[in-house]
Design a protein around this ligand. Sequence first.
Ligand SMILES: [Zn+2]
Length: 289
Amino acid sequence: MWGSLHTNEALANFQQYLSSANFSHKLRGSIKYIRAKYKAIWEMRGKGKSITEWLAPIKKGSKKLRNLMSGRGSRQYRNFTFERIKPIHSLWEKMGIVPSEGILACSMLVWNIKEADTDFRQFAFRWYQGMIHGNTVISHFGDVDRKCTFCKIKKIEELVISLGRDPDHDERALAFLTIPDENRPHIFWECPTVMVTVTFVLDKLWGIQVPEKKTFLMGKVGQNMELSSIFQLVNLFIRYKIWNYKLAGILPKPGMIVHETERFISEIFKKPDLRGQQPLLRQLALGPV
Ligand SMILES: [Zn+2]
């Protein structure tokens, strides 16, 4: 196990802060704010209707959908684009991905999907609000090291092999100097451990050997919005699983993530109106970017 007791304590405090009443209150506040801000989109979901029911009669690229997404007819939403929302803009800017309005529109449906458990839904919400941050940002809250959790574990493993014993404090500190910061581009894509995990999982799930950055992190638009949002949800689920290993301070177990993701996908496609559509998800995953 890496890190001092002090570091873990600070991290625990931060996590406690995240789950504290004050934070929940703030989160509820943000949800309220966003609901109000995106009223047109929330209304689109209809009163008491599921996303599936709502989208069933709407075809991608149809005038009806364009009107709904643009909020046409309402002056307030005439100039609305997701890309202009600052935390969303900044998330993708940091990731080095040029946002596509169509893909971002589908991600609005991801938030409220009923198949996901509360913890994952909260992660999804925070992800799309640009609120998920690696240790580089968390380090501002307390004595948390800003360097990548996974890369440090790997480095210690290497040191143990080369030294034939556990490294001491100074040896660790010296070796950690070259470890990259745990910022979002690193912890969700560039980190060698993450890259190996994502590649393994996508290969086992779809047979994709070379994951595409924008497709994995942002998504792509398929036959309909619902399928596109499910595709985003599945990729987000993989990121969520990797993230939980990071929080636990252990290396991801790719085989386990494959198993959990497969189970998650089969749960989604158990819905009566989605039955038989799982091959479409596969097509979308394998189709052109
Ligand atoms: Zn790393």
